[in-house]
Design a protein around this ligand. Structure first.
Ligand code: 5GP
Ligand code: ZN
Length: 118
């Protein structure tokens, strides 16, 4: 299921170019166009799910897949290994949660320490 007006569905379809990090049957990962950290990419489901608010138990394996992919892709993209290296996951939900693109996405951010706050 895709949404013809969704910018991330268009990225998955290749209608909008992106710097791809990873792709399989269920997910797509690409570099954020306006990074907040030295390494910043997004992992998104190929299914158009607007946010976590629409998740059901049927999406549990998909969300687990995205979670377990994150550390592997972080290393692939140049994050140093745990425990001295690492990365941060952010999942914004809804306008008050800071979500601007309403296709569920996991931010993976890492690199050198100074960018990190809180
Ligand atoms: P949100 O605020 O919804 O959690 O984050 C959306 C993210 O998508 C932002 O960090 C923004 O920079 C990124 N983004 C928005 N449009 C594009 C695009 O066309 N290409 C890429 N690569 N990233 C985008
Ligand atoms: Zn979408």
């Amino acid at each position: 299921m895709t949404d013809a007006n969704c910018i991330f569905c268009k990225i998955i379809a290749g209608q909008i170019p992106s710097r791809k990090v990873y792709e399989d049957e269920h997910v797509f990962a690409f570099h954020d166009i306006a990074p907040w950290a030295p390494i910043h990419f997004l992992i998104i489901p190929k299914l158009h799910i607007p946010s976590m608010a629409q998740l059901t138990t049927e999406h549990a394996a998909l969300m687990g897949h995205m979670m377990t992919l994150a550390p592997k892709l972080a290393l692939q993209e140049g994050c140093n290994p745990y425990p001295d290296g690492g990365f941060r996951i952010v999942l914004n939900n809804g306008t008050e949660g800071g979500q601007e693109v309403h296709h569920l996405h996991m931010h993976v951010m890492g690199g050198s320490r100074p960018w990190l706050r809180g």
